[in-house]
Ligand binder design. Structure first.
Ligand SMILES: Nc1nc2c(c(=O)[nH]1)N[C@H]1C(S)=C(S)[C@@H](COP(=O)(O)O)O[C@H]1N2
Ligand SMILES: [Mo]
Length: 202
């Protein structure tokens, strides 16, 4: 049955495809639990880099978030249930220094995406380990991916390995390649040329 609310939940220019597309640049990395860690570095309040091992990270308390997810190539994936660690909980566990304004989320192979601290802190921003109550599949970002449902999906970095606290904004992988620095789908912030003063790094 089509869900009648989907139409009003769809940002401008988006459509709902059949099935659930999988999209990423490059190869799917292999997960080696004994070598895996997730690091929080840069301008931490303590000045130290914190590293979570897989047993540590996978034991953190999780919440569920139901959200739609919008790719800049115009497909939207509606109503997924993501389970994971709220970004705000990670921030509380590893506080940023007071001057931090942005974060860079780093995936395997150097993929990255920058976020304003306010976007990172949103209740719906998660380090997701589950999709629809099952562990993520390898191609969806196993073991951990970012979910930032209120921004275009290139910001939802798969295979996350690090969070960098930054005292100034810096562009990530797609933001350096012509995509919008903020990426709000409701404002169709697709490309860098649409950026207004204050929406990108100086
Ligand atoms: N590490 C990594 N994460 C990534 C990407 C990527 O190329 N590498 N692509 C992004 C883009 S453009 C989209 S649309 C979503 C797709 O997520 P899905 O494969 O679960 O649909 O992943 C995002 N996260
Ligand atoms: Mo995308």
């Amino acid at each position: 049955m089509p869900d009648p609310t989907e139409e009003t939940r769809l940002p401008p220019g988006q459509y709902v495809p059949r099935g659930r597309p999988v999209l990423h640049y490059g190869r799917v990395p292999q997960f080696r639990p004994e070598r895996w860690n997730l690091s929080v570095f840069g301008a931490t309040a303590s000045g130290e880099e914190i590293r979570y091992s897989w047993p540590e990270f996978s034991a953190l308390p999780r919440v569920a978030v139901i959200a739609d997810f919008h790719c800049v190539t115009k497909f939207s994936i509606m109503g997924s249930e993501w389970g994971g660690v709220p970004a705000a909980a990670l921030m509380a566990a590893v506080p940023p220094a007071p001057e931090v304004t942005h974060v860079m989320i780093w995936g395997e192979y150097g993929y990255s995406a920058n976020l304003r601290l306010a976007d990172f802190e949103r209740d719906s921003t998660l380090f997701a380990l589950e999709l629809d109550e099952k562990p993520l599949t390898a191609e969806r970002g196993f073991p951990v991916r970012m979910v930032v449902p209120h921004l275009y999906a290139w910001k939802s970095v798969k295979w996350v390995r690090a969070v960098e606290y930054m005292a100034a904004d810096r562009r990530g992988f797609w933001e350096e390649r012509g995509y919008h620095n903020v990426g709000d789908p409701w404002r169709e912030q697709r490309y860098a040329y649409q950026e207004e003063p204050g929406e990108g790094p100086p």
